[in-house]
Ligand binder design. Structure first.
Ligand code: NAD
Ligand code: UD1
Length: 370
């Protein structure tokens, strides 16, 4: 039996009894999903927001109906979010949700995302990231919903052949992790379904390195266990949860020898989704569109440490160690297509990214868990 955390009645607009149009957001309780929900509500989206998340990587306090991230977004915005504790691999449950809400389009965040873990548990990653995605697409098709925004990654490009990387760069070559391959395979699946039926409109957003937190400092990134990624690692060192950062290699062909990445503020990234939803609604937009979401500027690990020290007023102890296997030297996006197609560009600076991360981390040293 389907359990919604607000109402069991179909949503109506209250004037003529027709169902309000909704956006289904899978994985909407997670880091990028919850910021996207916040940005959509803050932008007064005309849509109802319906979140499906199995809470495998989101925290719900005992006795609460909604995960902390979404409960706080409701508090911040004063708006309601429809939440379902459901798995994207469960076609029956998904179907019930599609029956209950007038879903116009889907933003699909739900996935497993730990690169190292995916090497040890490839089957689990393919089951969620690929089978789950196919199940979702099948339910969408059965309910006549053909508009989709997908969370892809710059990881699909593998080792860059040229910089900045534009969307015409080959994908799928030299991918080392099942996680990275799952993002690439899903893109290929989406290209095929778009070729098979012109009703589909898919925007695959290739994120560069999302960091930062909501300006309120009340929601942010809350990785399970020891962080794998640089920014949450630095912020946990700054707050005293971890003793020191290991810098993976200082002999790359970069300005200071450490790895360079295109870090993008998660609120800018979230705003890119709002623009992608607008593109879905445009006549003539049908087909598959891959779009980079980055700033176009790369920063090294040492530059990130320095910027975070300035934003937090804390010293970040670090030591240089060997390279991390599978790491690339340098990566940053060509962002011209995102300007042209979505009318979007990142506006937040590195200082904003560090300041907002620190506001969240210093107020929540242990993340969402009280
Ligand atoms: P996250 O883990 O914070 O969010 C993912 C959410 O999906 C979690 O709340 C989790 O509980 C949920 N989920 C996982 N499996 C599910 C399932 N089977 N059914 C329903 N819900 C499920 O991750 P995030 O950083 O917000 O990433 C969101 C998306 O963006 C993912 O697809 C990820 O691969 C992609 N992405 C993330 C990054 C990054 O650096 N964070 C970079 C590139 C791409
Ligand atoms: C990681 C993922 C990649 C994903 C991307 C999304 C890995 C191997 N790759 O890549 O698939 O698409 O995030 O954001 O996890 N660094 C340190 N010390 C640390 C952590 C990182 O020096 O403790 C360095 C790395 O070597 C790299 C930079 O910091 O040069 C950024 O690392 P990270 O945040 O893990 O991102 P990516 O390497 O881009």
């Amino acid at each position: 039996m389907l359990q919604s955390c607000d109402t069991m009645q179909p949503q109506t607009n209250g004037t003529n009894g027709t169902m309000s149009s909704s956006i289904l957001i899978t994985g909407g309780a997670g880091y990028i999903g919850s910021h996207t929900v916040a940005v959509l509500l803050e932008a007064s989206t005309p849509h109802e927001l319906v979140v499906v998340d199995n809470l495998s990587n989101a925290h719900r306090e005992q006795g609460q109906k909604k995960p902390e991230s979404l409960r706080i977004v409701e508090e911040l915005t004063g708006k309601n979010i429809h939440f379902y504790d459901a798995d994207i691999r469960d076609a029956e449950k998904l179907s019930e949700i599609f029956n209950k809400h007038n879903i116009e389009c889907v933003i699909h965040f739900a996935a497993l995302k730990a690169v190292g873990e995916s090497v040890d548990k490839p089957l689990e990653y393919y089951q969620v990231n690929i089978s789950g995605t196919c199940t979702l697409f099948d339910v969408m098709r059965k309910h006549g919903v053909y508009k989709l925004v997908y969370s892809s990654s710059c990881t699909v490009y593998g080792e860059p052949r040229k910089l900045p990387i534009d969307e015409a760069h080959p994908t799928g070559l030299g991918l080392t992790s099942p996680y990275g391959k799952s993002k690439y395979f899903c893109e290929e699946i989406m290209k095929d379904i778009c070729r098979s039926d012109p009703k589909w409109t898919v925007v695959s957003l290739r994120y560069f390195n999302p960091v930062g937190a909501h300006l309120s400092g009340r929601i942010g990134e809350d990785p399970a266990g020891t962080p794998n990624n640089l920014m949450p690692y630095i912020s946990q060192v700054a707050v005293g949860r971890l003793p020191e950062l290991q810098v993976f290699g200082n002999n790359y062909q970069t300005s200071d020898g450490t790895g360079v990445r295109d870090y993008i503020h998660v609120v800018d990234l979230a705003a890119g989704h709002e623009r992608a939803v607008r593109l879905l609604q445009q006549p003539g937009a049908s087909g598959f569109h891959a779009v980079n979401l980055g700033t176009g500027v790369g920063y090294s690990v040492l530059q990130m440490i320095k910027a975070f020290e300035e934003a937090s007023g804390r010293k970040i102890p670090y030591k240089i160690v060997g390279r991390r296997p599978g790491d690339i030297s340098e990566n940053y996006a060509d962002v011209s297509l995102s300007h042209r197609l979505l009318g979007w560009r990142a506006t937040r600076t590195l200082e904003d990214m560090c300041r907002d991360t620190w506001r969240w981390q210093s107020a929540h040293p242990n993340g969402f868990k009280s």
